[in-house]
Every structure is written in structure tokens, then in C-alpha cells.
Ligand binder design. Structure first.
Ligand code: FIX
Ligand code: ZN
Length: 449
């Protein structure tokens, strides 16, 4: 009798745990996500591929379709590992058309070797979720399907499939192609599906060059950070926050970025202290620091030529401490920085950790980092952003990450349930809403749209 009762209890608990896991997976799969950081744009910024019969803009910023997916800079870097520059020079590759480059990558990374890297698998997940069959390996057929699509309606389709409710752009004001589009049409960003972010890396990475640009753009600044310079640079940031209607401002910073305190004489620390953070505090906007990218270690690979390096979390902690009236998003590129960064977030409520960025945006590291963050931070972080550069990438980047985040949360809710505290479905959906939307909107101080 006792054995039968025990078996019944065990079976009941197993069924309940299975139901709990199913609830978690449903909640994660169904929760719309506000994508914190992408390099995506609406059609108003032009597109080099407009589908059949439509006007394209060779320098357009809206990238979508199979040939852009296949020539993603991650795959360019990977293809040069198997067809080395000694076999095909960088110049010969870059002289190819986009379609020829895509053919080359398809041949060497998909047909002649199995597409098992995360970036390769992502192309296949995307095709599959769009209803195109990867088993057919029919690049011509995929191209024909994309040719028949309308870019604007394709955005709606991709957002629906990926469960992305809003796309946050990266509006790089020091990029001539983008800046001129804003100056020519101040409504270029008026697409409710997209939110603006002001990105100005050169202000911190290369002040002298940035200052020379500001002078050319009508902001009379000097290389020395005198009072006039500070005021004009602040005006520049205010003008562009307004033009872009920026939700936050952002920079990527090199691994050797350091901030040693309010007396730190470094130019980057002075620009941060005197120019950037006062404007953001005045405008009540957060500042996103993406730290650890050493740019163009192989310039021949262009966007694919950037490298990772170990960054300094103590500098971030000092910034959070010295500027308590500012709010900071932060992500780091090195796997080795993730634990210390999560611990720093335990020390500063004005620090919101986000995403598994770029070289740590891989299943094994997303699992490791997300598990560690839940254990240290509970529900108080933003687990992921897509960093998509090609619209269709939203589909695979979120598909893959949702599965991985669900794996972690299923384990964590099971561990809690084992204590007798059984989270309800509403509580689980509430938590997932925080992870995918409200931690961002609350930290931004914007009402949930
Ligand atoms: O600095 C950044 O925003 C990086 O995400 C990009 O520069 C990088 O090329 C990228 O797209 C990584 O996923
Ligand atoms: Zn990015």
C-alpha cells in the first residue's frame, strides 16, 4: 500500500513538473519582446534590395533577404577560414557582387561543409520559419521567394514570426550615410515599429577626430575641453537626441576603456563627466555602454574584422557610483567579464545588465551567462538583444534565444517548486514579461506602449 502510494506521489510530482515546464516554455515562446539593440531600419532609410520591380538604393540601410543573410559579416569571417586569403584575396571577394559573395558562402559553408556554426544554422532556422524548406537546399528558389516580397510588409511578417513587438535601432550620427538621411528628412525615423537610439562612439573613442567633425557640422569646439567646447558638444548631443527621439544613448568601447574617478584626467573620462552624462541626466535618459570590442584587428574583413578583449568592470562600477543620478545599461563582449559584471549589477541599482553580445551570443554561452545571471540577479536584467543587422535575423536570433532562456527558467522554476513554493502561470508570465519588455521600459522610464 505504501509503495503504491509513493509511486502515485512520484508520478503526480513528475506530471506537475512537466506541466510547470510546459507553462514556462509557453510563456517564453508567446511573450512579445522589445528588442533592446539592433542595427535594423525601416524602408524609409532605403534598401539595396527592394524585391522585384521596386526602386532600390545601393547605399540603403534596410538590409533584408537571403543574400544579405548569407553575407552577414559573421559568415564572411567564417568563409575566409575555409577559402583562405591566399586562395581568394580579400579584394577579389569584395569585388564580387553581393549575389556572387552569397554564392561563394553558400557553396563553402553550407554545401561543401555542414552549416553547423551558429551563424550558419541561423540562416536555416530563418528559412524554415519563413516557410522555405532548408532540406531543398534551393538557393535559387529562396531568392525567387524573397524577390516576390515587399520590404515593408516583410517587416510585419518577420516581427510576427519572431515575436518582436518593437525594434530598437542604432542611429550612428557619425556615419555620413545615416546622418545625411536624417538631415534630408527629419521624419525618416517616423515608423512606430522602430525606436531611435543615438550612438556616438567617436566622442569617447577618438575625441580629436570627433571634435573636428563637430566643427564641420557647425558646433565650434576645440580639442581641449574648455567651457565653450563643453557647451557646444552638449548642444550637439541634445540636437541629435531630439532629432532621433532617442530612447537612450549608446557607445561601444574598447577593452582598454578605463574610468578611474571624478579626477581621472583621461579625455574619455572628461568627455563622459562634462559632456555626455550631464546631458543624459538633464534629459533623464539612460546611457548604454557596450564594452570590449577592439575594432578592425583585421580591416580586410571590414565589419567582420573586429575582435574581443577583456574589459574593466571596476571602471563601470566607478561610473555607476560617481553618477548616481544617471542610469546605465551595460553589456560586455568577453565571456570572462560576465560574472564580475553581474556582481557589479548587484551593487548598483542604476546598472542594468543586458544581452549576450556578439561573440557570446552562442547557445553554450547564452545558457551559461543567463543561468549565472538568474542565480545572481533573479528577474532584474535584460537577458537578450538580437543585434540583428539583417531584418530576417530577428527570426533565428530570437528563436534560438527563447529556447535557451526557457531551458534556464524551467530549471530555476523547478528548483523553486521543489521547496513547496509553486509559481503560478500568472507569476511566470509576469516574470517573462519583465525579462522581455518591462525591465527595459521601466529602466527607460517610458510607459509600456
Ligand atoms: O558595436 C556594436 O553595436 C556591435 O554589435 C556591432 O558593431 C557588431 O558588428 C555586431 O553587429 C555584432 O553582432
Ligand atoms: Zn550592435
Amino acid at each position: 500500500m505504501l509503495i503504491a502510494q509513493n509511486q502515485e506521489n512520484i508520478s503526480g510530482r513528475a506530471q506537475d513538473l512537466a506541466a510547470l515546464e510546459a507553462t514556462v516554455r509557453d510563456a517564453v515562446r508567446e511573450q512579445p519582446v522589445w528588442d533592446f539593440h539592433t542595427h535594423l531600419y525601416p524602408p524609409s532609410f532605403g534598401t539595396p534590395f527592394a524585391g522585384s520591380g521596386k526602386a532600390s538604393d545601393p547605399k540603403g540601410l534596410m538590409l533584408w533577404g537571403i543574400d544579405e543573410l548569407l553575407t552577414y559579416h559573421y559568415l564572411v569571417a567564417e568563409v575566409f577560414r575555409v577559402v583562405t586569403p591566399q586562395q581568394l584575396s580579400y579584394d577579389d571577394f569584395w569585388r564580387m557582387t553581393k549575389r556572387e559573395q552569397a554564392d561563394h558562402i553558400w557553396k563553402h559553408l553550407f554545401l561543401e561543409r555542414s552549416p553547423i556554426s551558429e551563424a550558419c544554422r541561423g540562416v536555416l532556422t530563418t528559412l524554415q520559419r519563413l516557410g522555405l524548406d532548408p532540406a531543398e537546399r534551393d538557393l535559387a528558389g529562396y531568392r525567387q521567394w524573397f524577390d516576390e516580397q515587399d520590404p515593408d510588409r516583410h517587416i510585419d511578417r518577420v516581427m510576427e514570426i519572431s515575436g518582436v513587438s518593437r525594434i530598437t535601432m542604432t542611429n550612428a550620427v557619425f556615419d555620413d550615410n545615416e546622418r545625411l538621411r536624417w538631415l534630408e528628412n527629419r521624419h525618416v525615423g517616423d515608423d512606430p515599429r522602430f525606436a531611435g537610439v543615438l550612438r556616438f562612439d567617436p566622442l569617447l573613442r577618438d575625441w580629436p577626430a570627433a571634435a573636428a567633425q563637430l566643427v564641420r557640422w557647425g558646433y565650434p569646439v576645440n580639442k581641449t575641453l574648455d567651457d565653450q567646447t563643453v557647451e557646444q558638444a552638449r548642444k550637439f548631443i541634445r540636437d541629435w537626441i531630439d532629432r532621433v527621439q532617442a530612447l537612450y544613448c549608446a557607445v561601444s568601447l574598447p577593452p582598454d576603456f578605463r574610468y578611474e574617478g571624478l579626477e581621472d584626467p583621461r579625455t574619455s573620462s572628461t568627455v563622459l563627466r562634462k559632456i555626455i552624462l550631464p546631458v543624459l541626466a538633464e534629459r533623464d535618459l539612460p546611457f548604454a555602454m557596450m564594452i570590449g570590442s577592439r575594432l578592425r584587428v583585421n580591416p580586410e574583413l571590414r565589419d567582420g574584422g573586429d575582435m574581443v578583449g577583456l574589459a574593466d568592470v571596476a571602471s563601470v562600477a566607478r561610473i555607476c557610483s560617481d553618477f548616481p543620478h544617471n542610469r546605465f545599461f551595460c553589456t560586455m563582449l568577453a565571456r570572462e567579464n560576465q560574472h564580475e559584471l553581474a556582481v557589479a549589477a548587484r551593487k548598483f541599482g542604476n546598472l542594468m545588465v543586458f544581452g549576450c553580445w556578439w561573440f557570446v551570443n552562442n547557445p553554450s554561452l547564452i545558457d551559461e551567462i543567463t543561468r549565472m545571471r538568474v542565480e545572481l540577479l533573479g528577474t532584474s536584467f535584460i537577458p537578450q538583444h538580437s543585434d540583428a543587422r539583417v531584418l530576417d535575423q530577428l527570426i533565428y536570433k530570437w528563436d534560438h534565444s527563447r529556447d535557451l532562456i526557457a531551458n534556464v527558467l524551467a530549471d530555476k522554476y523547478r528548483d523553486v517548486a521543489a521547496t513547496g513554493w509553486r509559481p503560478s502561470e500568472n507569476e511566470i508570465r509576469r516574470d517573462v514579461r519583465l525579462f522581455f519588455h518591462e525591465n527595459m521600459s521601466n529602466f527607460l522610464g517610458t510607459p509600456t506602449p
